[in-house]
Design a protein around this ligand. Structure first.
Ligand SMILES: C[S@@+](CC[C@H](N)C(=O)[O-])C[C@H]1O[C@@H](n2cnc3c(N)ncnc32)[C@H](O)[C@@H]1O
Length: 216
């Protein structure tokens, strides 16, 4: 299945740098609908989630830029990219000199794409096993989450967990372009980037994404 999945990803994407983060190359789709349909056919599934993994979301791009601009945030540290999608944030952390990088994902296609994308950038990214949101402790020095505030149940669950990581002493970073379920409190703004994006995904041609630190 892994070889097939990698072949499917390679055949349906192009290796390209996202516009806001030219230092990283990812297997990216140009349009969402044909890939979504192809993924459903490939996996013989119906009502699958969108292929989030084939796009570098503006939140993830801002996060990656922030880490590459401020490598001391992750240098020598154990880092988790939560809801990693393509793995862009994890790859940026590895390029910035993190000692060990893991990515957490629930979508098997995303996990395959993270592996391929890490390889394409010559870095090593591990996959965090299981549902990290059920873990009570935090085994990372830095936890990041790019673009996770687009659905209410997910955002609420994720934020409770991220706040727990911050309370346990981790540096917790989040990047978001103002999605509907972005919490209003407990966030300290660190930086902002204007990221070019597609009308198809974002309904506009650029968005400002803000990188925050979550206060425990
Ligand atoms: C909008 S994408 C963002 C991807 C990437 N961080 C970026 O900014 O490009 C959100 C991702 O969250 C993942 N996700 C949703 N719930 C999750 C969970 N409980 N644990 C891990 N990943 C999750 C989805 O599979 C999807 O790939």
């Amino acid at each position: 299945l892994t070889a097939d999945t990698e072949g499917f990803i390679r055949a349906n994407t192009e290796l390209a740098a996202p516009p806001g983060c030219p230092a990283v190359r990812l297997h990216l789709a140009t349009e969402i609908t044909p890939l979504w349909q192809a993924t459903e056919a490939f996996l013989e599934g119906h009502n699958l989630p969108p292929p989030y993994w084939a796009f570098a979301w503006v939140g993830g791009q801002a996060m990656a830029r922030h880490l590459l601009d401020h490598p001391s945030l992750v240098r020598g540290k154990r880092v988790l990219d939560f809801a990693a999608g393509s793995g862009l944030g994890a790859i940026a952390a590895a390029l910035a000199g993190a000692a060990a990088v893991e990515a957490a994902e629930i979508d098997p296609m995303a996990i395959a794409s993270i592996r391929l994308n890490a390889q394409a950038n010559g870095v090593s990214v591990g996959i965090a096993e299981g549902d990290v949101l059920s873990d009570s402790g935090c085994r990372w020095d830095v936890v990041m989450a790019g673009d996770v505030c687009y659905e209410r149940p997910m955002a609420e669950r994720v934020f409770a967990w991220l706040r727990g990581c911050a309370a346990a002493g981790a540096d917790v970073l989040m990047a978001d372009p103002g999605r509907a379920y972005l919490p209003r409190t407990g966030l300290m703004k660190l930086s902002a980037y204007t990221i070019p994006c597609s009308l198809e995904l974002e309904d506009r041609t650029s968005r400002e994404a803000v990188v925050y630190q979550i206060v425990g």
